[in-house]
Every structure is written in structure tokens, then in C-alpha cells.
Design a protein around this ligand. Structure first.
Ligand code: SF4
Ligand code: SF4
Length: 385
């Protein structure tokens, strides 16, 4: 096995979630980036940071597929590591009385149990989050970080390939947003602009700096991700020691310019990884051969000069709105709003002056009742929708 350069990204075809197919694809991808030697030493505690956004069946393409997590657990064990699986799906802990339906529903608990390893929702653990500094943080100087992540010898970020209503794309860097407590996530959302919010995600990422990223891009999500988009096959597994490089390649595959993904751009600018495709070695499938165009989310607009934005601000609204007939009044949106802009009357009502358009309410709504509505003008200038 050849030693790969740090910013090598493996792109391997994987046409479905049958266990053997995924096992082979993950193994080939790891081999392409030089294997796990030098990343995992025998006895290392290895946190597999899956994406467990919400309780959803694997077929909904919201969460990292259990077959991918299974293959990674097996590889880590073979390298002598001691894997645990974890994430922080957020409000569902409290909604479900301390249990974690996301872990069970997305199939990760069963995989972990089958393979004899532990699986956690961070909030459900004792002393789950530890206040810690962010050396060199630009927007956050302190965060509440998952103890499991801080104590791990190795972190493997296991993102799902998805578009995102707020950040356009969510992948290996953004996946680490789930390794901090709700209070830190709310603080980040309060930064309001996409530039600042993305910068706070990079602050969080910089604390953990995962040593390895393996992406489930077998079936991704297009459109109104990360929760309410449509499953979209891409038929790929990606792996890299540099999660920033992996995001650059994955976002390009689905039709973005990697530099318009602000988490990639800012992480690269801070020297946390490589975002420039010309400096990344791609092994396996070429981007042109792997490319699959994903429908863009409607939540953001581009290429509008700032002076036009100032004039047209009110006309260009892209705001959440509750469709009452689909709402079961669970109040999850209200609890997830970082600026307390939602009151129940008895259905959710949004204080438009307070709303910072972070779309957390849309992301967390289990029924899809909290929809993102675009004004007439916004619908016409939104890209690719
Ligand atoms: S809009 Fe969604 S999250 Fe909010 S109360 Fe209704 S169902 Fe619950
Ligand atoms: S109402 Fe929704 S979009 Fe507006 S700030 Fe609250 S959570 Fe974010």
C-alpha cells in the first residue's frame, strides 16, 4: 500500500447499501488514502461521529447509513482501535424523556450492539459537555464540547452527503457541529449572517480536527436538506485524512464551486485543510465521472450585489412559515429557535423582527409543517430551484 499525500481524497463507486458492497467500498477507499496505519494505533479510543440529525429511517437519507457505520467499525477494530459511535441530535432527547430515538430509528444502535461497541447520544451521558477554549477562534472563544470527542484519541467524521437550506452543503466539517452542546449551537446561530455562522462552525471544527473523514454518499439528499430534501443516489463512498479536502471534492461532485461553501473556504483560509481542487489528489473515480447534479436548496440567494440586497431586502424574504394543518403542536420548533422568535398561539407564530432566518425550526420540525417560503422576487432570483 502506497503512502498517500495528506490531501488525497478517495472516491469509490458503491451502488447500494448491501453490506458486502459497502464493506468493499469503504475498504478500497481507506486503502486509497494509505490505510489506517498512522491514524489509529492499537488501543486508541476512536469516536465515530455519525450524522444523527433526527429520528429517521435509513431510507430517508437524513442520517449516516448503518451499513457505512458498520463497515467503518469493522475497519477500526481490525486496526486495533476501540470504536464508539456518537452524536447529538438535539431536541429529541428532551422530547423523548432522555431516550435517543434517533440512534435506534436510523439503525445505528442495532449495528453498534451487533458489533459489541457502545453508542451514545452525547446529551444523555453524565458530564456530557465540557466548557473548553477555542484557540484562534474567530467567532467563538469558548464552546461546550462533547466529552467523548475531547477524550477520544482519534475522531472519524462520518457525514452524509446532503444539501443544506442554510449553508448550501453539509459534509465533513459541518458534521462536527453536532459535537457541541445546544447552547453553543444556539450561540453560533445567533451570529446571524452565513459568513459568521460558517466561521463559527470552523471554530468548532478547529477544536476537534478529526483525523479521518468517511462520507456516506451512496444515497445523499438534494433540495431542502438536511432534513426535508429528497433522497438522491450518488453511488459513492469518499474518504480522506483531510476533511476539508473531502468537502471540496464532494461539493464539486454535486455541482457546487467548493469555494462558495463557506465552511470549506474559511477552513482552508485558516490552514485547517485544503480547499483548492488543484492541490488535491483524487484517487479512484474522476470528478467528471462521479458527478451528479443535486437540486440546490431554496433558502439562499447568490450573485446579488449588496446595494440591491439593501434595497430589496424586504422583497427578497426567504422565511419559515408554519402550515398549521400539518402541525401537531409539538413545540420542537419553538425550543430549537436560538432567538426565541416563536410563540405558540396555539400554532407556531414567528416574530419576523426577531427571526434571523437560521432555519433551525424547519430543520427540526418532525412533520415538515414548518416550511421555508420564498417571496415572489426571492423565488425568481434564487439559483437553480
Ligand atoms: S411546526 Fe413542526 S416543530 Fe413546530 S410545533 Fe408544528 S409540528 Fe412541531
Ligand atoms: S423562527 Fe426559525 S428561522 Fe427564525 S430564528 Fe427562529 S429558528 Fe431560526
Amino acid at each position: 500500500m502506497q503512502e498517500a499525500r495528506p490531501s488525497t481524497v478517495a472516491v469509490v463507486k458503491c451502488p447500494g447499501y448491501e453490506e458486502e458492497l459497502v464493506r468493499r467500498a469503504v475498504s478500497a477507499a481507506l486503502e486509497d488514502i494509505g490505510g489506517l496505519v498512522g491514524i489509529i494505533r492499537p488501543g486508541d479510543k476512536v469516536l465515530l461521529k455519525a450524522n444523527l440529525l433526527a429520528p429517521a429511517d435509513p431510507g430517508e437519507a437524513v442520517t449516516t447509513h448503518p451499513a457505512v457505520v458498520r463497515a467503518v467499525i469493522e475497519a477500526v477494530k481490525e486496526a486495533g482501535g476501540v470504536p464508539v459511535v456518537g452524536d447529538s441530535p438535539g431536541y429529541f432527547t428532551r422530547a423523548a424523556g432522555g431516550k435517543c430515538p434517533a440512534l435506534s430509528k436510523c439503525g445505528l444502535k442495532q449495528v453498534a450492539d451487533d458489533l459489541g461497541i457502545e453508542s451514545f447520544q452525547f446529551e444523555a451521558m453524565e458530564d456530557s459537555f465540557i466548557e473548553t477554549g477555542v484557540p484562534g477562534g474567530v467567532y467563538l472563544d469558548r464552546i461546550y464540547a462533547a466529552r467523548l470527542a475531547l477524550e477520544a484519541d482519534v475522531i472519524v467524521t462520518l457525514p452524509k452527503l446532503k444539501t443544506h437550506s442554510n449553508t448550501w452543503y453539509t459534509g465533513a466539517v459541518k458534521n462536527m457541529f453536532g459535537a457541541v452542546a445546544t447552547r453553543t449551537r444556539k450561540e453560533a446561530h445567533k451570529l446571524a449572517t452565513l459568513e459568521r455562522f460558517s466561521g463559527s462552525i470552523v471554530d468548532i471544527y478547529s477544536v476537534f480536527k478529526p483525523q479521518l473523514a468517511i462520507m456516506d454518499a451512496v444515497i445523499g439528499m438534494e433540495g431542502e436538506g438536511p432534513r426535508h430534501g429528497k433522497p438522491k443516489p450518488a453511488g459513492l463512498i469518499l474518504a480522506a485524512r483531510d476533511p476539508v479536502a473531502l468537502d471540496a471534492v464532494a461539493s464539486k461532485i454535486i455541482g457546487f464551486d467548493p469555494m462558495e461553501i463557506l465552511t470549506t473556504r474559511q477552513a482552508a483560509a485558516r490552514g485547517l485543510g485544503t480547499g483548492d481542487l488543484s492541490a488535491i489528489e483524487i484517487v479512484g473515480e474522476r470528478i467528471e465521472d462521479a458527478a451528479v447534479s443535486f437540486k440546490k436548496p431554496s433558502g439562499r440567494m447568490v450573485n446579488i450585489p449588496p446595494f440591491v440586497m439593501r434595497i430589496a431586502d424586504r422583497l427578497l424574504k426567504v422565511q419559515p412559515e408554519c402550515v398549521n394543518e400539518d402541525c401537531d403542536r409539538c413545540r420542537i420548533c419553538q425550543k430549537s429557535c436560538p432567538v426565541d422568535a416563536i410563540t405558540m398561539t396555539p400554532y407556531p407564530e414567528i416574530d419576523r423582527d426577531r427571526c434571523i432566518e437560521c432555519y433551525c425550526c424547519n430543520e427540526m420540525c418532525p412533520t415538515g409543517a414548518m416550511q421555508i417560503k420564498r417571496s415572489w422576487l426571492a423565488a425568481r432570483v434564487s439559483r437553480d430551484v
